[in-house]
Design a protein. Structure first.
Length: 182
């Protein structure tokens, strides 16, 4: 009689060992949230799904800091949550005659268009990133806490940084590095 554990048990044991080996692994990695929500970490680093997308259909337009008109404040908050950008209301009402001041603005690497309360568009580096540990190795050879931190760092030095791979730099080797014995 075969006494080997079923494949499912082996998979579960492997998952436990991986999480023990990498204590800073992403708690949201295995969490599937509904399409209108995203996984976020609470104060105890427990994964939870947030971003309630149920908004009233009342038409009370607001102009967002991204130059887009939202049907109401709730829909702006939902978009802000889903896109993980800190959108805010510039003023109540539709954005000026449908024109988006961000359309004609060329922002530098990693910068986002932001519209002030006077309707003036400027390029800004992203605001502070969520304190989530999802390490990435940038193409500059540095490890960042997460992709947002990498983009923000690149923005601050006006350089477009790209994720080489997920995880700390040096943890993994590329296939060609392994073949060449590096």
């Amino acid at each position: 009689m075969d006494k080997r554990p079923p494949v499912v048990s082996i998979y579960l044991l492997t998952k436990v060992k991986l999480s023990e080996a990498h204590p800073y692994s992403d708690p949201c990695e295995e969490v599937e949230c509904p399409a209108t929500q995203v996984c976020q970490l609470d104060n105890n680093r427990n994964p939870i799904c947030r971003c309630n997308s149920i908004c009233s259909p009342d038409f009370r337009p607001v102009c967002g800091s991204d130059g887009k008109t939202y049907i109401n404040e709730c829909s702006l908050r939902v978009e802000s949550c889903k896109s993980r950008r800190s959108l805010r209301i510039i003023f109540s009402g539709e954005c000026s005659s449908g024109a988006n001041p961000c359309e004609n603005l060329q922002c530098g690497p990693g910068q986002e268009c932001d519209i002030d309360r006077y309707g003036i568009a400027t390029c800004q580096c992203p605001p502070i990133c969520e304190p989530v540990m999802r390490p990435v190795c940038g193409d500059d050879g540095n490890t960042y806490h997460n992709e947002c931190d990498m983009r923000k760092s690149g923005c601050e030095v006006q350089k477009l940084l790209i994720v080489n791979y997920r995880g700390a730099c040096g943890e993994y080797q590329t296939f060609s590095q392994r073949l060449n014995g590096q």
